[in-house]
Design a protein around this ligand. Structure first.
Ligand code: PLP
Length: 307
């Protein structure tokens, strides 16, 4: 079934937790993670119109970029297999060249037909450079290019479909932020009475500029305090939080994005950042496939694992 011929919508799951009762806050999780077994969460939204465009252009190859644990790489590989089109992943880190099959995300992507080009961190920085893309075209022939993290105007258009009419009852909409496309789509489709909070998974606030380019609305704020040291960095405190959250709610969180957002949101609720009676909708953007890869890292460091 072509992804763009589906019109998937997720459910809002209301959480019942002591802290929410104590602070008189309503918190629901929009379960985008349950949309599709392999192209889950914001990946479904971001790929939907891009796959349609690739098909309309008659492209038989998708080329994209990502790191070793990228949810986006995993989703593109699966989408390519589903559609019978070739996929190429330009992967950050030459060191992976010899041991990528030990990385669960890359091993699965390969199984789904993706072929890799490993580049140094320095070369990877050129990923938006025309000369670099021209070289890739010489090597692989014509392809439909999907940028890192899948974010482009068609991805933002897809993410504008995450919120539905009933979601206007919420005062605050939360999501995690990597390349900014997801939060951009949410801001565009939010109502003026709502505030959109983007929890950055990366250190720093440079992504603010990207978000400002995606949207003209001003009802949003980037939260930068819960990156835990930076992209894909993790601490024991975060592992404990994610494991407790799963034990209490039955809902798995990923360690790179949604775990950090929920940790931050809890912290903010605890510290009375929201008025009593506030209704919050947090988008679960998926990323669960990354747990296995993170556990291999934690295991090597002799640290407690994600359950
Ligand atoms: C699971 C998950 N959540 C959130 C994000 C952040 O989305 P964006 O890059 O659109 O900011 C990503 C990355 O794309 C992701 O994989």
């Amino acid at each position: 079934m072509w992804l763009n011929s589906l019109n998937l919508q997720s459910i809002n799951q209301y959480l019942q937790l002591p802290i929410l009762e104590e602070k008189n806050i309503i918190l629901a999780l929009k379960r985008e993670d349950l949309l599709h077994p392999f192209i889950s969460g914001n990946k479904y939204r971001k790929l939907k119109y891009n796959l349609k465009a690739a098909r309309e252009k008659g492209c038989s190859t998708l080329l994209t970029f990502g790191g070793a644990f990228s949810n986006h790489i995993a989703a593109v590989a699966f989408a390519g297999r589903e559609r019978g089109i070739k996929t190429i992943g330009v992967i950050r880190g030459e060191e992976l060249q010899d041991n990528w099959h030990q990385n669960p995300t890359l091993a699965q992507a390969y199984e789904n037909g993706m072929r890799f080009k490993f580049v140094s961190r320095q070369a990877y920085k050129e990923k938006d450079n025309t000369e670099f893309i021209t070289q890739l075209k010489k090597q692989y022939g014509d392809f439909y290019l999907i940028p890192e993290g899948g974010t482009n105007p068609l991805a933002v258009k897809g993410c504008e479909e995450i919120l539905v009419a009933q979601d206007s009852e919420f005062d605050v909409i939360c999501t995690c932020v990597g390349t900014g496309g997801t939060v951009g789509g949410l801001i565009n489709s939010s109502h003026q009475h709502q505030q959109v909070l983007g929890f950055s998974a990366l250190k720093g606030s440079f992504i603010k500029e990207t978000i400002s380019q995606i949207t003209i609305k001003k009802n949003w704020r980037l939260i930068t305090e819960y990156h835990f040291g930076g992209y894909a960095k993790i601490t024991n405190e975060l592992v404990v939080f994610i494991n407790n959250f799963k034990a209490e709610t039955g809902i798995p969180l990923d360690p790179i994005y949604t775990g950090k957002m929920l940790f931050g949101l809890y912290h903010m609720i605890k510290n009375d950042n929201f008025a009593e009676g506030t209704k919050i909708l947090a988008v679960h953007t998926g990323g669960i496939q990354g747990i296995e890869g993170m556990n291999t890292v934690l295991k090597k460091k002799n640290l407690p694992l994600l359950e």
